[in-house]
Design a protein around this ligand. Structure first.
Ligand SMILES: Nc1nc2c(ncn2[C@@H]2O[C@H](COP(=O)(O)OP(=O)(O)OP(=O)(O)O)[C@@H](O)[C@H]2O)c(=O)[nH]1
Ligand SMILES: [Mg+2]
Length: 311
């Protein structure tokens, strides 16, 4: 992509184009990431996840505004695993984030598409780009409580799981394993009835956890008025400081690198080996379907064939 060398956090149009390029994937995307690589490493990313409608976008905007008011540059990514569309798709979010954008915040929506390595890989690429162009803070909103959200949580530095009182969503989130990956738990809509009891129940649950080097913080917010947002920023700062200790950030980087390589490798192998138009592939799938060959032997045969043919 011509001119990508001049990509900067102050040029939303060029950034939007570059993010679209990453989303599409392919050689140009890889070349862009390669060029950006030396500039990566300064950003802190914060994932906000939780059930639909709990106030994640409102909270992202409130956090974004608080950071902008401190003179920081902030980008927000809205990742929607359920939508095949991107760019302008999450119109609701655009509206909810209009003040953030008016004050110089950068917002972008991302969708699943067919990214090599899946949604979490695409998100990791987008985070690299936003990091490299100089955003010190990147906020990532992910909608839902499924495996995609848990995967996306694995690519951000600080995971904030957002819930509200009285919906039973907490049980759903616990089932999906989201509470396990939370660095910070937020109870939003503190103006709703039942908030105190919900907070008490969550605190109890946190106390019952086995001790760990980082004990998840619990923060109560009212995103629509900004109440509790400073406390949330303080909890984020505490988690960030925690990561800087004892080489934790380096270890995290290493773990993530391993996961990313594995995700990309898995996709590449699948793309090369499992081609629906390939008759040898079709035959072996048929053989498994009819019970003549077991799936393990089939997979090994396919791998061996490609290894012989060359990649
Ligand atoms: N009463 C109350 N309403 C809130 C609060 N925070 C957000 N809301 C409202 O809750 C609704 C949903 O907020 P969003 O920020 O869109 O929630 P979301 O979690 O991003 O929703 P999805 O992206 O659809 O999952 C909006 O009408 C907000 O104005 C709050 O603290 N109190
Ligand atoms: Mg939202």
């Amino acid at each position: 992509m011509a001119g990508s060398g001049e990509l900067s956090s102050g040029d939303p149009r060029a950034l939007g184009k570059a993010l679209s390029l990453l989303e599409r994937g392919g050689e140009d995307a890889e070349a862009l990431l390669r060029r950006l690589r030396p500039r990566i490493g300064g950003a802190h990313s914060i994932g906000l996840t939780g059930p639909p409608g709990v106030g994640k976008s409102t909270l992202v905007q409130a956090l974004g505004l608080a950071l902008l008011a401190r003179g920081e540059r902030v980008a927000a990514l809205a990742v929607d695993p359920t939508s095949p569309f991107s760019g302008g798709a999450l119109l609701g979010d655009r509206v909810r984030m209009s003040e953030f954008v008016a004050r110089g915040g950068f917002v972008r929506s991302m969708a699943t598409r067919g990214a090599v390595g899946g949604l979490s890989a695409a998100t990791a690429d987008a985070l690299d780009l936003l990091d490299a162009v100089g955003f010190p803070w990147v906020l990532v909103e992910t909608v839902g409580v499924g495996q995609d959200e848990v995967d996306v949580a694995g690519v951000v530095d600080t995971v904030v799981v957002v819930g509200v009182a009285g919906t039973g969503d907490d049980i759903q989130a616990a089932k999906a394993g989201l509470l396990e990956v939370a660095d910070i738990l937020v109870v939003n809509k503190s103006d709703l009835p039942g908030t105190d009891q919900y907070v008490a129940a969550l605190s109890e649950m946190l106390e019952l956890r086995p001790p760990s080097p980082w004990q998840p913080r619990l923060v109560v917010t009212r995103a629509t008025t900004g109440e509790g947002v400073e406390a949330l920023l303080a909890a984020i700062a505490a988690h960030r400081a925690f990561l800087e200790n004892d080489g934790r950030r380096e270890r995290l980087r290493r773990e993530r690198a391993a996961r990313r390589v594995t995700a990309v490798l898995t996709s590449l192998v699948q793309q090369r080996v499992c081609r629906e138009e390939d008759t040898a592939y079709q035959e072996i799938v048929e053989a498994v379907a009819s019970g003549a060959v077991d799936p393990y032997a089939a997979a090994r045969q396919l791998l061996e064939r490609v290894a012989k043919e060359g990649w």
